[in-house]
Design a binder for this molecule. Structure first.
Ligand code: UDX
Length: 466
């Protein structure tokens, strides 16, 4: 099928390359010339494992091309996927739909034949309904352009895998013809048994924000438990393991730490709350404000812990921050807890050096005041405090003994609860983490271990057994 993918950011570039990989004839479109040039040369404009392979393969097969011209796209596609950003509006919680609107306004008047316009961006419920009328008015005479919504659930770092082998495909359509077209687009996934949920556009739009709200709630729930664990002297990781064994709860997305960030969860829960308010359903999702607030609090709690570990004042203290991106296997620093904490430490007068395997270029653009390092040992040189804030695999492989010789004072705050604390402690480090205030199991066991005592009878003594 001839598809266009409009918007080649984290979502669109991966969608375009993966649609070409399953055999469609794809034209990727973006207004950013640099991005289009890079993609056309097989260079992904951002870090995403596996994207370079599908991109190169698509370009080599001739199934994948890129352009900056929307009218070229209008002539190419039987199906046009809209994959542009829907950021948070400045000064409001609501989503900014200007990029979606501008694609529709730029594309639809140039259409030459009937087609399907499919939104993939995360939008407020009711967007398909609104655009359907607008598109009908904009389309040239005799051209029928139907609008449908097909939310995307991919995770950064696993975007290619999630697109080629999704958990489910959800489409919101207004006609059986649109349903039929989308089933043809995703035919290889359907024959591989991927669940396909075809519904009305309002439900499809809501599925996406409901899913992200649930995930955000799960993370804030465990972070709230971490706060209670700190107040009570308990351990949140053991608690998460224990409740996670209940299959109704599940262990995934119960990792307590500095909280969630990125280009999706934070802005999506805010936009959902704002939209629900407009619909008169604000009270139903008022808990999302709490989810957001708990999330923000983990950042201030981490800074407070750092301040405490620095003896109450961070001024002039040498601090190494491991991680800048909002999650590992990505170079995305949008709303990154790691960077926000690094900036707050710097604001308090600390001398901060940030390390990240892939995110230093974006980090330097977002926070030019921060000093970024590409070598982890250099970042930790003479540090009085090390904060581990994004759980890249390479940090788990750090040798705490070697690192203890590089820093000035071996104090670690593990903001992701992902390092082997016992190993670090054995190497001489003081290790702190949110939600880990229980006495260490080793100490409990040591205290419980019976001292050689006359009160403990030797095995077999007093036994009446044969
Ligand atoms: C998310 C959704 O998972 C995805 O389905 C949707 O399409 C887009 O938004 P993404 O933003 O790539 O994907 O990241 P995700 O893996 O969901 O992580 C989001 C944030 O939550 C990260 O900052 C991560 O570190 C944090 N997180 C995740 C936790 O703090 N604890 C957890 O247990 C899980």
């Amino acid at each position: 099928m001839r598809l266009t993918v409009i918007g080649t950011g984290y979502l669109g570039a991966v969608h375009a390359a993966c649609m070409a990989a399953i055999g469609h004839d794809v034209l990727g479109v973006d207004t950013d010339t640099e991005k289009i040039t890079a993609l056309a040369e097989g260079r992904p404009p951002f870090y995403e494992p596996g994207l370079d392979e599908v991109l190169t393969q698509g370009l080599a097969s001739g199934n994948l091309r890129f352009t900056t011209r929307l009218n070229e796209a209008a002539a190419h596609g039987e199906v046009h996927f809209i994959c542009v950003g829907t950021p948070q509006q400045a000064g409001s919680r609501a989503a900014d739909l200007r990029y979606v609107d501008s694609v529709v306004n730029g594309l639809v008047p140039h259409l030459r034949s009937s087609c399907l316009v499919v939104g993939k961006s995360t939008v407020p419920v009711g967007t398909t309904e609104r655009l359907t009328e607008h598109v009908a008015n904009l389309a040239p005479p005799g051209v029928r352009a139907e609008v449908a919504w097909n939310p995307e659930f991919l995770r950064e770092g696993y975007a290619v895998e999630d697109t080629l082998r999704p958990d489910r495909i959800v489409t919101g359509v207004n006609s059986s013809q649109a349903d039929e077209t989308l089933r043809r687009v995703y035919a290889p996934m359907l024959s591989a048994g991927v669940p396909y949920i075809s519904t009305d556009p309002n439900t499809a739009e809501l599925v996406k924000v409901a899913a992200n709200s649930f995930l955000a709630t799960k993370i804030s729930f465990i972070n709230a438990m971490a706060e209670v664990c700190d107040a009570a002297g308990a351990d949140v990781v053991t608690l998460a393991d224990a409740i996670g064994h209940d299959t109704r709860i599940g262990r995934r997305f119960l990792n307590a730490g500095v909280g969630f960030g990125g280009g999706c969860l934070p802005k999506d829960i805010r936009a959902f709350a704002a939209r629900a308010q407009e619909l008169g359903a604000g009270p139903a999702v008022a808990f999302l404000d709490q989810v957001d607030e708990i999330n923000g609090r983990q950042r201030t709690r981490t800074v407070a812990l750092a301040r405490r570990m620095a003896g109450g004042d961070l001024t002039g203290r040498s601090v190494a921050v491991l991680g800048a991106t909002f999650k590992p296997d990505s170079d995305d620093v949008r709303d990154s807890p790691a960077l926000a904490i690094a900036a707050a430490l710097r604001e308090e007068g600390a001398d901060v050096r940030v390390h990240d395997p892939e995110g230093t270029a974006n980090a330097a653009l977002a926070h030019p005041e921060l000093y970024c390092e590409t070598d982890v040992l250099t970042a930790c040189q003479n540090a009085e405090l090390v904060l581990h804030l994004t759980e890249w695999a390479q940090y788990r492989e750090l040798d705490p003994v070697k690192l203890s010789r590089v820093v000035r004072v071996p104090v670690l705050i593990d903001g992701r609860n992902a390092l082997a604390h016992d190993e670090w402690r054995s190497a001489g480090w003081t290790v702190k983490a949110l939600g880990r205030s229980a006495p260490s199991p080793r100490r409990i066991l040591a205290a419980a271990e019976p001292a050689p005592s006359r009160l403990v009878p030797p095995p077999g003594a007093n036994s009446t057994a044969p």
